[in-house]
Write a protein that binds this ligand. Structure first.
Ligand code: FIX
Ligand code: ZN
Length: 445
């Protein structure tokens, strides 16, 4: 045993040492970010990075319109640079960037070495500093600063541009980026998806329940999951999405139920992949805001209960958007071990919400959940989103371990590392592994 090993196996006895170790471990442990909207460089314009993109993040678009007299049309008619300038002036110069999204930009710039103390309020100074960077250099730098090991993308087989990248076998060219097969269109807009599937050569009918159609949908899902080497299948659902798990046989099922039961779940089980459900979005409450126009809504979690109970071999990765559903989801996760709760999603990805939700989840689930995902859309956001989350998670862990310490449960650095690694990647990996094991059990191999 060398000196360092001896040290990490020593029990921590004081609060100050405990605090120091937890801060260090949560700061340096590399993360698997299990849901983002980031892309590897091969996806060209799908990968957004740089100050102008940061300023056009849809979280900031919504905040910008709270202050400006500009019409929606006027804003959307501007080019990217002018939009960024309008947001910078409105949210960063004319007033202070106090919101989570706005302050996050400052954190990212600062941690990237573009200190606001030096660069001030001059947007062009930041632009100039970033202009010399290549995309691949920026990916390397950001992943290093944010200490990210792997990033899971959101990959849409209904996006023609993205399909081109996969069909040219360029989608897996960077091992740091994994794929997730996104199937919102299939489950939420069957008529449009059917049309698209036919164009892609799958022989589907308008009636989703026709056996030959379900077979073709399964073929489509398998083709894409394998082509992308997807880690899981995923969909964002409205809070009132109807999955009829208790329906009388005489009642006609919704296309969501038919497609989940007849195609999505069978393919997940056959390929040994989890299904991720992000529940509680109300799309386009204000369509004039475009991507920024979505809202959260309370969810009826009987959908989840029904799926978890019916498919005990299906691994489910679950997050819900409404604060009002958090208690219920956390309790439900205790009842079904095939549910793994993840992340503080979107309007919950704020300092106060992360603090509240993470503390409560630790209290009910111990180490058996995934505290955070970033949902980043712009590369540099990895820095601020993870920086903020790591700090809050550390605060909570300090108070929880301290309780143990006070009661004489000496903790070692090694044990803290083990727990933090589980939170930051191990638990996600375990869900992937369990899904693969379930497949072996089902297929008897
Ligand atoms: O459905 C999703 O994956 C959501 O995360 C997005 O639709 C949303 O626009 C977003 O970026 C939230 O953070
Ligand atoms: Zn997302």
């Amino acid at each position: 045993m060398n000196v360092h090993q001896a040290h990490v196996n020593e029990q921590i006895t004081t609060f100050s040492e405990l605090e120091k170790v937890i801060r260090q471990v949560t700061t340096e442990t590399r993360v698997i970010d299990m849901h983002t909207h980031l892309y590897a460089e091969a996806f060209n314009e799908h990968l957004l990075w740089g100050i102008d993109e940061l300023l056009q993040y849809h979280y900031l678009t919504a905040e910008f319109f709270r202050h400006t007299d500009m019409t929606y049309d006027e804003y959307w008619m501007l080019d990217n640079a002018s939009r960024a300038e309008a947001v910078w002036q409105t949210l960063f110069v004319d007033r202070s960037p106090l919101s989570e999204a706005a302050s996050g930009v400052i954190t990212a710039l600062n941690r990237l070495g573009l200190s606001p103390t030096q660069y001030g309020r001059d947007l062009n100074a930041y632009r100039a500093a970033l202009a010399a960077k290549s995309t691949s250099q920026q990916i390397d730098d950001v992943l290093e600063v944010a200490k990210i090991e792997r990033i899971v993308m959101t990959n849409d087989p209904f996006d023609a541009k993205e399909r081109e990248v996969w069909q040219a076998s360029r989608g897996k060219s960077d091992a740091r980026f994994d794929a997730a097969l996104r199937i919102d269109k299939l489950l939420l807009d069957w008529p449009a998806a059917a049309q698209d599937l036919r164009v892609q050569g799958y022989l589907v009918e308008d009636d989703a329940s026709a056996p030959s159609t379900l077979q073709e949908v399964r073929r489509f899902l398998k083709d894409w999951a394998l082509r992308m080497d997807a880690l899981y299948l995923m969909v964002s659902l409205p809070g009132d999405a109807g999955y009829e798990h208790n329906k009388a046989a005489s009642v006609t099922s919704s296309s969501l139920t038919i497609l989940l039961d007849g195609a999505v779940v069978p393919v997940c089980l056959e390929l040994g992949l989890p299904l991720a459900l992000m529940i509680g979005v109300r799309r386009q409450v204000n369509p004039l805001l475009r991507l920024a126009g979505d809202m959260s809504m309370r969810s009826d979690l009987s959908l989840l209960e029904g799926i978890a109970k019916r498919y005990t071999n299906l691994e489910l990765l679950i997050t819900v958007l409404a604060r009002e559903n958090q208690h219920e989801l956390t309790v439900l996760s205790r009842k079904f071990r095939n549910i793994t709760l993840f992340g503080c999603w979107w309007f919950l990805h704020t300092e106060s919400m992360i603090r509240e939700l993470t503390a409560f989840r630790v209290e009910l689930l111990g180490t058996s959940f995934i505290p955070q995902h970033s949902d980043c859309r712009v590369l540099e956001q990895l820095i601020n989103k993870w920086d903020h989350s790591r700090g809050i998670i550390a605060d909570i862990l300090i108070s929880k371990y301290n309780r143990l310490l006070k009661d004489g449960w000496g903790i070692t650095e090694e044990e803290i590392r083990r727990d933090v690694e589980a939170y930051f990647g191990g638990n996600f990996q375990r869900v992937l592994d369990k899904a693969k094991q379930n497949r072996q059990l089902i297929q008897g191999t």
